[in-house]
Design a protein around this ligand. Structure first.
Ligand SMILES: O=P(O)(O)OC[C@H]1O[C@H](O)[C@H](O)[C@@H](O)[C@@H]1O
Length: 284
């Protein structure tokens, strides 16, 4: 996958991290969207066949970044602007402690200040390991007034077959069911399977959860988070898939979004402060 992707875009639009052991990653500067993570030759992420790459619409798949607002936003586009802005390369890929690491950045500009009048610098550090991927997100308030935000890593996992996928680590947690008018329920299951349209925000999550049935070969991924108390589980299922222009009718069978974030309540960051968030995805 990553080789095909590398050839698909002008070199200036993507950054490629390559370890030379079948572990590769491609990130598009539009939205700092990780498009592909190949672990020992196996693609872990889902990217829709119908994804649009017009540098305007958010890319359907991979790992888009949500900031400064998760969901519908009265000041700007759904899920905020970070996933539809062009990011800069802060530091190009280099080897560090046997990982390949690169860092992208985004700062406020005329366009962001027009919709949301705050000053910030975002740093997104991507660290590709032998069988893991660490994504560190740093938010700095560079202005003179505090602001509130919500944020999330909208990870689209590739599944061989959604009916064989499950998530563990969510038992006994309260979730907001977005497909039932935001009703709150308690998760009773040890293994959460996805048999229909799911859009849930699990709150106060442990820092480790496991997604089973990832990749065409049914691998398991451990998600280890720092400062992300919420996990959103999303699959649009058949009817909603048909209504989405940038998503294939049957693709809901081969994807599962498990999204680590800080979304069920806003985070406040004071002037001059810096906050750190991260997720590490490890193949088990
Ligand atoms: O279509 P998008 O704006 O990319 O949003 C895709 C999905 O993102 C999250 O998972 C939300 O919980 C869903 O409500 C939303 O439908």
């Amino acid at each position: 996958m990553s080789e095909i992707l590398e050839k698909r875009f002008p070199a200036a639009d993507t950054v490629v991290l390559s370890r030379g052991d079948g572990c590769n990653l491609v990130v598009h500067l539009f939205g700092a969207t990780v498009l592909s993570w190949e672990n020992r030759g196996k693609e872990i992420l889902f990217l829709s066949e119908n994804a649009v790459f017009n540098n305007k619409k958010a890319i359907r798949g991979g790992i888009p970044i949500v900031f400064p607002c998760f969901g519908p936003w009265d000041k700007g586009p759904q899920h905020g602007f970070a996933r539809i802005k062009r990011w800069q390369v802060e530091s190009p890929p280099k080897e560090e402690d046997s990982n390949i690491v690169c860092c992208l950045s985004l700062s406020d500009d005329e366009e962001t200040r027009q919709m949301w009048d705050y000053q910030f610098k975002l740093l997104y550090t991507i660290q590709l390991g032998a069988s893991s991927l660490t994504l560190k997100f740093t938010i700095q308030n560079t202005g003179n007034k505090e602001f509130d935000f919500t944020t999330l890593m909208h990870t689209y996992f590739r599944t061989g077959d959604i009916s064989h996928a499950s998530i563990s680590g969510l038992e006994q947690l309260t979730y907001i069911d977005k497909v039932s008018d935001g009703k709150e329920e308690v998760e009773k299951r040890e293994f959460v399977v996805i048999p229909e349209n799911y859009d849930r925000v699990y709150k106060n999550c442990p820092s480790e959860i496991i997604v089973k049935g990832v990749t065409e070969k049914s691998g398991d991924v451990l998600i280890k988070t720092h400062n992300f108390p919420d996990i959103v589980v999303w699959n649009p299922w058949a009817d909603k898939a048909k209504a989405m222009g940038d998503f294939g009718d049957d693709e809901y069978k081969t994807m599962l979004c498990v999204e680590a974030g800080y979304v069920s309540k806003p985070v406040t960051i004071g002037s001059g402060s810096v906050l750190h968030f991260s997720q590490t995805l490890s193949m088990l």
